[in-house]
Design a protein around this ligand. Sequence first.
Ligand SMILES: [Zn+2]
Ligand SMILES: [Zn+2]
Length: 241
Amino acid sequence: MSYNNTVYCGYCYQKGHNQRGCPKKKQYAKDNPDSYVARDVKESAAASKNRRCGYCKEAAGHTRRTCAMYKSDFKLAEKVNVAYRAKVLELLKQYGIGIGALVKYEDTWRGNGTTMAIVTQIQWDQVDFRGFENSGTVRFIGVTPCSQLGHRYPDTEWVSPPEVPWYDGDDSAEGAAHRPMKALSMLNPVSVMAVEATVPEGWVDNIGKVADFYSGDHYQSPRDTAERVAKKMAESENKSE
Ligand SMILES: [Zn+2]
Ligand SMILES: [Zn+2]
């Protein structure tokens, strides 16, 4: 494939197909069954039959691009992620979590107890539906402890919002001890307008980092998570009706 995405055939040099899809090559192979070309066509057909899909690992003669499982999984992930981000944004507006908000959280890690802080950063690209069961991925709110304001290099602590949409992670007391969640509570929220002013354009509809998990041979597919979120979403909709 050339730089501008145009395919050229290595057999007939025409634009728009490759050797494997070349009608002239196929015709020649048919007319000359004992030729080298005929053998080549036969071998590459057998090879493509045995090729494993990088996504579903089935030797079903297809690639990730044409994998039905990949397509439906990715579609679900997109749908779930849009719903998840929309919900997170709703919560940020509801609580008034934006740059400049005054918050507090329990600093269990350093043993500093209740810490007052100002929201100074929001890592929008960290927010995706995997936060539903992994509290580690929902610490996307960067705060500077008030005691550090005015320092030349103030610390940034990463904390999570008071609520995580449809959260289904380890919420037990035992789990909490290991959970670096540090949920904040609001002392002085910012306005809805102030929250909206910092949301990147198109953020809700963007699948973000989840896409990486579908593009490489990643050991961890978020498909199961997407399915669980979808189920939780449906349940909570039924409950509110
Ligand atoms: Zn051709
Ligand atoms: Zn496949």
